[in-house]
Ligand binder design. Structure first.
Ligand SMILES: [Zn+2]
Ligand SMILES: [Zn+2]
Length: 412
């Protein structure tokens, strides 16, 4: 599959003019054999520096593309940290005309960050697709001990060679699937927020996210039925989802209430001290929890609303400890105070219809079990009784309008 991204750019029905740095996305078997041709098509010429780590360099299925300089980083202990990336940059023989990064998330951050610093393009060669970050323009790196998501340049091209990607361990493939299946919730959250508060909404970007979801749903059910996994389609769905983030400059279409539950695993508030799991696994569990709660809400034929109240300070301090100040700052201008709560009441039937498009928690659980995916809090090392707490705490960590957050305006 070759994705020419030019169809997504330009003046849009949403009123904005959309731009994309990523010109070409290739998801094909043997794609690396035609690497030079793809680079030419994208106008990427001149001194080419290719970076690997010792794992990706030595993969049996790896095709080492032509390079003017190759840098192979020691995989052991490699993580996305500013200092480590700057060390890597000292190894550059000269300023390259572009950088090619071969690997997964960490290597991508090395490519993205250094290319940004040097003001040159970069090309992503993913070796696995366990999340949708490859085509995004956000980079999560550690700066002075703190993990920060900072805007960064997106790749000019993404070349996925399925000979390499299909060799990834099963749990990573499944984790990548769950990251996309979460769009059941994130798309619903975006539509509901638009209805209720008039938040910006782009039908084209939403349909891209929906296409990514539909593609991945098909792949997941094929996997459940024991059919061969369509890696090309899976990678395509990941790339498409990443492009929605690049177009919007944020993750609205790709990340809703379910992703916030996953962020609790990273933040480790009260009760989550021993939480662990891959990004997609945590997101998958978040998807099941949100599906259950959203369907429970949709059972109500009418909803009573109450006026906005800021988060309870003592509760935030108790739950988040040292992280409490960050939460207060994030929720300073709480999005729940930006619209009339009666709007939820007025749009309740439409909201119920949107929720009806989300599979039930039972359906999702059954699918996740069948494909060997994680599906409950216990799978993440968290007590099952903390489901309600997970919903309450996760909505506090980001000032994004989700149906889960709107529960604070409902009489339940
Ligand atoms: Zn648009
Ligand atoms: Zn994600």
């Amino acid at each position: 599959m070759i994705l020419d991204t030019s169809k997504y750019i330009g003046k849009c029905e949403c009123g904005r003019v959309h731009e994309l740095r990523t010109k070409l996305v290739v998801c094909e078997y043997g794609a690396l054999n035609s690497f030079d041709r793809y680079m030419e098509e994208c106008g990427l010429t001149g001194f080419r520096t290719v970076i690997y780590d010792t794992n990706t360099y030595n993969l049996p299925s790896m095709v080492h593309v032509k390079a003017d300089q190759e840098i192979v980083l020691e995989a052991q202990g490699l993580h996305s940290e500013k200092g480590l990336i700057e060390d890597m940059m000292k190894k550059l023989r000269r300023k390259p005309d572009f950088i090619v990064a071969v690997g997964a998330g960490t290597l991508m951050d090395f490519g993205r960050y250094s290319a940004y610093q040097l003001g040159i393009p970069f090309v992503a060669v993913p070796t696995l697709v366990s999340s949708d970050g490859f085509t995004a323009n956000i980079c999560s790196i550690v700066i002075d001990g703190h993990k920060k998501s900072i805007p960064m340049i997106a790749p000019s091209a993404v070349i996925c060679d399925m000979n390499i990607i299909e060799g990834a361990p099963h749990f990573l493939t499944v984790s990548g699937m769950q990251d996309i299946l979460s769009k059941y919730i994130s798309i619903a959250d975006w539509k509901i927020a638009h209805l209720v508060s008039g938040e910006y909404f782009c039908p084209m970007v939403c349909s891209m996210a929906q296409e990514a979801l539909d593609t991945m749903v098909k792949c997941a059910y094929e996997m459940r039925d024991g059919k061969p996994v369509e890696f090309e389609a899976m990678a395509y769905a990941q790339m498409l989802s990443g492009l929605t983030m690049q177009i919007l400059n944020h993750s609205r279409a790709a990340s809703g209430a379910e992703h916030l539950i996953a962020h609790l695993v990273e933040m480790k508030p009260k009760g989550f001290e021993n939480a662990h799991g891959m990004h997609g696994e945590c997101v998958g569990v978040g998807t099941v929890i949100c599906a259950e709660e959203y369907h429970r809400l949709a059972e109500m034929e009418r909803v009573e609303v109450k006026p906005f109240k800021p988060l309870d300070e003592a509760w935030v301090r108790d739950v988040f400890g040292d992280l409490a100040e960050g939460i207060f700052k994030e929720c300073e201008n709480d999005v729940l105070s930006s619209f009339d709560e009666h709007s939820i009441q007025e749009h309740w039937q439409e909201i119920r219809e949107i929720i009806a498009g989300i599979p039930s928690a039972e359906e999702l659980t059954e699918l996740f079990k069948a494909i060997g995916a994680k599906y409950c809090l216990e799978d993440l090392g968290v007590d099952e009784s903390l489901k309600g707490f997970a919903l309450d705490a996760s909505m506090a960590i980001r000032n994004r309008l989700t149906l889960n957050r709107m529960r604070r305006l409902m009489v339940l």
